[in-house]
Design a protein around this ligand. Structure first.
Ligand code: 13P
Ligand code: SF4
Length: 320
């Protein structure tokens, strides 16, 4: 089918018509561009979207986020069509922990239990005892039996923060990181703090420890959003992907939000020295959403054996 759109197409009206015809529901992560968040049925963080995907009864789910999030929707809805605007919208954390390597790590530590951050593939989830998101990682780790040490993957920064919050020292960390959160600039943060001495720093736990050490509040995107609500005319330096600022302005129109820039280290991310936006999340566009609903492609599916094995640790998390 042609991917060329008629020049006179009203994209928003077209999407509206198709979502009704397809009996589709649109889920969007807080890191999506504002126009996509505005048309979604549910906007949320990973945990809110996982719950929404589990509780859905639409025939078609269009997931405006990244691939591992759509896989969760597919795990909970094997008989339904799960669409993504762009199949290449991946995640550096998911890429950091291929299932085969995780299985080898697990085999080398047979007495350990595995906690996997939801930012990993379905095949990697299938190797875990329980899943967590940034919203509930501390609670999940604290719920684990204390007689066996923990393997935590794939995010070393979230894992180190959970270690400090939970007081559990018996956690081994996988060496993965989010390519957005690991590139926030400490000199830029210190400079912003000097120029805005009353500003509060809010940070996602995927940030590196030196950034987290400067933060007044650390939490998932939903937690950061809830922190700034009802704070009136305050100023916030936002150390996470700036897509969330759209909801922050809505939740507290009197406040000022300053997105923290990325470091300008050409060796770390050649050609992307101002990259505080997630290039994967930003692959999704209104045009691609229109085409996905029109063509019912591209779809995300999970093979049945992996699905059943990944469902158990996801269910364990959602039951907490
Ligand atoms: P949340 O758990 O806050 O949705 O974070 C997801 C994510 O990809 C952070 O980079
Ligand atoms: Fe993955 Fe980082 Fe993008 Fe989140 S912001 S989807 S962790 S690459």
């Amino acid at each position: 089918m042609s991917s060329t759109l008629p020049a006179d197409l009203d994209l928003l009206a077209g999407i509206q018509q198709l979502r009704v015809e397809r009996k589709a529901i649109i889920l969007a992560h807080y890191y999506q561009e504002a126009a996509i968040q505005d048309l979604a049925d549910v906007v949320g963080d990973s945990l809110q979207l996982a719950r929404a995907a589990r509780d859905m009864d639409a025939e078609v789910i269009l997931f405006a986020g990244v691939h591992f999030m759509a896989e969760v929707a597919s795990i909970y809805n094997p008989g339904r069509i799960v669409l993504v605007p762009d199949l290449d919208a991946g995640c550096s954390l998911a890429d950091a922990a291929p299932a085969a390597d995780v299985l080898a790590w697990k085999a080398a530590h047979p007495d350990h239990q595995v906690v996997a951050y939801i930012n990993c593939t379905a095949a990697t989830k299938a190797a875990a005892d329980i899943i967590c998101t940034s919203s509930n990682a501390v609670k999940v780790v604290e719920s684990m039996p204390t007689d066996r040490p923990i393997l935590f993957l794939p995010d070393r920064n979230l894992g180190a923060w959970v270690q400090s919050q939970s007081g559990r020292q018996d956690i081994s960390l996988w060496d993965g990181a989010c390519e957005v959160h690991e590139t926030f600039s400490l000199p830029a943060l210190r400079d912003l703090k000097a120029r805005h001495p009353h500003a509060q720093v809010i940070a996602h736990p995927e940030c590196e420890p030196p950034i987290l050490a400067e933060a007044d509040h650390i939490g998932s995107t939903a937690s950061l959003l809830s922190f700034i609500t009802d704070k009136g005319e305050a100023t916030f330096i936002v150390a996470t992907e700036p897509g969330i600022v759209h909801q922050m302005v809505r939740a507290n129109p009197q406040a000022t939000f300053i997105p923290l820039p990325a470091t300008c280290d050409a060796d770390a991310l050649p050609g992307r020295c101002d990259a505080n936006e997630c290039r994967y999340m930003r692959m999704n566009t209104l045009e691609k959403i229109y085409l996905a609903l029109r063509d019912l492609q591209p779809r995300v599916t999970v093979d049945e054996e992996t699905r059943v094995r990944a469902l158990a640790p996801l269910d364990r998390m959602l039951a907490l």
